[in-house]
Design a protein around this ligand. Sequence first.
Ligand code: HAM
Length: 429
Amino acid sequence: MSSKFAAPKGVSEYLPPRSVIFDYICRGLRIPALAAGYELIELPIFEDTELFTRGVGTSTDVVSKEMYTFEDRAGRSLTLRPEGTASVIRAVIEHGLDRGALPVKLFYQGPFFRAERPQAGRYRQFYQFGIEAIGSDDPYLDAEVISIAYHGYRKLGLKDFELQITSLGDSESRFTHRRDLDSLISRLDLDEETSQRAQKNPLRLFDDKREEIRIAMSSAPLLLDYLSKESRENFDQVKAALDSLQIPYRVNPKMVRGLDYYTGTTFEFVHKGLGAQSAIGGGGRYDGLMEVLGGSKLSGIGFGLGIDRILLALEAEAKSGQSLPGELRYVDLYVIGLGDKARSKCFTLVDSLRKEGFVVEQNFGNRAIKGAMKAADKSGARFTIVLGDRELQSESVGLKEMSTGAVTSVRLDALAKVLAEKSSGLKKI
Ligand code: HAM
């Protein structure tokens, strides 16, 4: 009988064995952030709707079309978080985190919600790993943030991606550019909807896939050519710092980020094996956001990496010949007990081996040996032991290496030592 219930349309969910890769990604991405002194922040899944309308901007698709907004029982308007930056800044202001050492360096991970049209790599509930660094405008910090994302991807074994960067400059740079861009756009013959989009944010037209708009925009002025002296020097410093770490990048002056708070350095990581939803992460500087949300005038920079798309990217690379990184599901030993006395001994043996750091599974349900061996096989364990009355008496077992079938006789009290020589236990995971 099929289940009456199915998960809501467009949400991503992860079951074994893919959930093992998901977990591997989450743990891998943290390592470079922890190495740079970033600390965990756990944020609410829903916030005041106004936090996002003010923080992310009403001209964005995220706010104008994609928010899951609802009223609570007291009539407050709440929204499932579509992104993490506005919440981090809200928490920094609310709890005065910016009164301590600067920059405040935080990382977060969890589900986010956007009511988008679902397709491969685009979900209504998706997962991000993100960091935010608040309280310094040093270009080295821009490069540090970008390097943390880059090293995170590399740590996972991803290869086939490109870092694209640009600068949105300061408000003076953006003002002169916008004047010229508006003037070009006003000469185009646009339909009502596109014209309204362009009025809200003309940069969006660079992202329009329609042929006639692409042709019209090919001669449009680029913000990079309008950078003030200070903004240009700042961007040059960011690029030089990336060069010094040998992090490859391409300057993409037509990059369009979907959120309104960006200023200065912005960047995106694009994977080549993913088709339309190819951005596996993105971020940038947001100089005015703290003030807009009622805090002090501090600058910040951060990124959000799409865990769902990173998983698809790892799978795409595995398909094109590279193996999925490491042996992701790892079991050192499967223990089969035959008979009441042996099962009781096995139960405590398994417990003590686990405490020593081995990954150990055991057989349940007092099955016959044939079924138990099948379960051992399925578990993917490297070794199996069978303990019956005979083994109990001799206090030794046959340690069977599952890949070769080779059996070595091992005394029970030496089992941990022998296993330690042959496998690396939990350290491997
Ligand atoms: P974003 O570019 O909107 O930035 O999202 C970051 C990443 O999340 C994207 O590159 C993509 O990998 C993933 N993502 C976004 N929407 C979806 C979706 N519907 N389904 C699957 N994956 C998705 C932000 O959210 C900013 N808060 C990042 C940031 C932090 N900027 C500064 N600090």
